[in-house]
Design a protein around this ligand. Structure first.
Ligand SMILES: [Zn+2]
Length: 260
């Protein structure tokens, strides 16, 4: 599943290709995208793209007139930009832009979501907390957000209303980097540990962003320290990486480095 760094990479890729261009045509190539979307997207034809930005794990394509197309990749979404109108495999939507650019939403599982918001309509991304990479998010404010969560810290990190953009991979990586046990109660972390955790989140996501030329998803797990590495040695101490299940998701961690 694309996580925050991958979505950031995708939004940058899209911005580089379509900012300043005018949308000429929209075609929905899969029924999952047509419900509720097709009616509104036609109104965007003829509008120029101002820019593309990431908000948590959504991408927002901002049009000059104020309309916004909001895209969430869910599990397997991706962009492809081509100069020819030949659909790539698993193309689910086709956007034609001025200058002969073709943008395709490519998604083998066809779970991506697209919404169109008319000018002046507020975001439907309800109750999303501050972005994990927002410089205004500091240890004190994160600790305050965690202070009411009587749940394991791993699950609190996945709650997008606490902090936005952290998924299963980077939650495990950040907790390992911060030497915090994934089952530690979120509400009881000291300020020093929350500061370490925030550093861990930014370190793992910053590393992922730096490693991304263009965006590339999921498959290369060799860039992770503990995620999907059950039984392999911890990069710090050599102890075998353990896997537990929390909230029906796998959590990978080091029992020695992450004791409490
Ligand atoms: Zn270790």
């Amino acid at each position: 599943m694309p996580e925050l760094p991958e979505v950031e990479g995708a939004a940058r890729y899209l911005d580089a290709h379509i900012a300043g261009r005018t949308l000429r045509a929209v075609a929905w190539l899969h029924p999952s995208l047509q419900r509720g979307t097709a009616l509104h997207a036609d109104a965007l034809v003829g509008q120029r793209v101002e820019r593309v930005r990431r908000v948590a794990k959504w991408q927002e394509i901002l049009f000059v007139d104020g309309a916004v197309m909001v895209v969430h990749f869910r599990m397997t979404g991706d962009w492809a930009v081509t100069t020819r109108a030949t659909a790539p495999t698993y193309a689910r939507a086709h956007f034609t832009f001025s200058g002969g650019r073709h943008l395709w939403l490519v998604d083998p599982r066809a779970l991506s979501r697209i919404e169109v918001r008319q000018p002046g309509v507020l975001s439907s991304n309800v109750r999303v907390g501050p972005d994990a990479l927002d410089p205004a998010l500091d240890a004190d404010s994160l600790r305050a957000r965690l202070s009411t969560r009587r749940i394991p810290i791993k699950q609190a990190l996945l709650d997008q209303s606490v902090v936005a953009g952290i998924g299963n991979i980077y939650a495990a990586e950040a907790l390992w980097k911060a030497r915090i046990h994934p089952a530690a109660p979120a509400s009881q972390l000291s300020r020093a540990r929350v500061a370490r955790l925030l550093d861990g989140v930014r370190w793992t996501m910053g590393l992922a962003l730096a490693q991304m030329g263009r965006h590339q998803y999921g498959t290369a797990t060799d860039r992770f320290s503990v995620y999907d590495r059950e039984g392999e040695p911890c990069p710090t101490c050599g102890t075998r990486i353990a896997r537990i299940t929390q909230g029906q998701r796998s959590t990978y961690f080091c029992r020695r480095c992450q004791r409490s």
